[in-house]
Ligand binder design. Sequence first.
Ligand code: MSP
Length: 601
Amino acid sequence: MTKKFYVTTPIYYPNDIPHIGHAYTTIVADVLARWNALKGKDVYFLTGTDDHGKKIADTANKNGKAPKEFVDELVPKFKEAWEKLGIKYDRFIRTTDKDHEKLVKEMLQKSYDNGDIYLGEYEGLYCTGCEAYYTEKDLEEGNCPIHKTPVEKLKEKSYFFKLSKYEKKLLKLYKDNKKFILPERRRQEIISRVSEGLRDLSISRTSFKWGITLPFDKSHICYVWFDALFNYISGSRNKKYWPADIHLIGKDILWFHAVYWPAFLFSVGEKLPKSIFAHGWWTFDKEKISKSRGKVINIDELISITNNKDSARYFLSRATPFGDDGDFSEKALIERHNNELANKLGNLVSRVSGLIEKTGIEKTPNKLIKKLNEKKIDKLMENYELDKALNEIFAFIDVCNEYVQNKKPWETKDKKVLYELKDSILKIAELLGPFIPESAEKIKKQFSEKKIVKGEPLFVKVEIENGSNDNINKSGHLEKVKEKIEGIMTTNEVNFEEWSKLDLRVAEIKKVEDIDGADKLYKLTLDAGDVGARVICAGIKEFYKKEKLKGKKIIYFSNLKPRLMKGIESEGMLLAAVSKDHKSVVLISPEGSIENGSRVG
Ligand code: MSP
């Protein structure tokens, strides 16, 4: 019987378009799925979206949409992104799928019937970003430790899951099964946290409606994490592939997967996943990827840096050991694209194909391939050491390049040497296939033809502009937005309806920062009232000193579509008056005191 391999990604919240962080887990899942298929396994790869919960309901509300309508618009963006990155999943599950909702209800009922769910009252500090309650001691300066934003005090009647009952059983699981939580240091972290004791978990909500109703009490909806985790079973083709071989997740959601998930499974009597692997976080130019702080990179931007999806996949797989944090920069991606893909791999392929085109090949035993340690690569992949597996493959590419150099087939016209090289390149393409599928396919096709010819270069080198993240959004976006708005404001034909689409609000400048490589722009962090903090890039550096801006109340356009400027996402535009000669600019400030977030109209 063929061995199966079932891999999952977290199901992402469709409250915004996907970014590099979501792409990372999904790319690694795709690499592992393709790798295991190559090894002859029956592979099943599940990804999808986490459609329910307060976070989605709140964001939909802010956008003036019903939650379902809102997520229905965003889900295709995830599917498109995965398509653009060459990701081939077997199912895209949504927690609003009927079969999923049915399974969650069954599981809730089962757990309830087993006596693991009881009614109580919950009062706690809730972070909507995390969809989780915190205790006072978890907070950092009163804020959520992950999102650094204020938590909400919530009080509601709630059903509780008897998590405390499973404390000992969980500890035993972590100790007996050393592969249940990977990497090892994460297992240790979870053991030490669980050893401090587990409290029962509130698993139902009454304060909003966007979720699956409890089968035993229709006035409650199911907590989003109970709902979401069961996607791994409802999406497993009627349990054909359950239990999963590996759940890939980010370290931020390890607790939910390593503690709640096995406890729920114990309660309903289902098998446990074999491993949960918590990978690290990517920063962007050394800062946390965060929309509210203007540090984010979406999939189109990621691909556009080298204009090659395979380079992005390759970079994310190789640049950092899976499990560790990594820093993304445009420069680092371009360097790997140029030096490793274009120079090492691309040159080998083009040189050898060019030589074969002129000289031809003659079949012979391939001695060169003995330098490739395939067993080692297999072992590394089994241990999720993707970066090291790539190092090995590239070490062999170096060996092949040296072989060409030393054997000089352009002088000797040695067809046997060229055969060995062709055979080795085909092997390289096979091994690289999971990482760079499109390019590997091209190589395989080129070298499997009867008549091998040189062909187009596989990777076109990219120039690094100023060594910074300037390739992203070369156009000064704010300028364009300004033109657009100035356009609207100066033409006589603006009717009231058009004008009223602009949402002007009062805010206060809390923080003023310079932006690397931008002479005219400041990065401003605003207190925008109810909507929290907003980051805006404004071209006012020539006109205002930082001290003058801090604490100033201003008026800004709050519903402009956010766009990247110098790698920072600007979420609006300040209102300012510009003199005729454009030499002075003054900000418009409200007179007297008025709350941040107040509407201007
Ligand atoms: N909906 C939950 C998961 C439920 S799984 C049953 C969720 N969704 S999320 O949209 O917030 O995505 C979380 C995942 O995105 C993280 O676990 C991680 O895999 C990935 N990342 C988000 N930002 C990231 C980085 N900056 N770096 C790496 N991965 C990160 O949580």
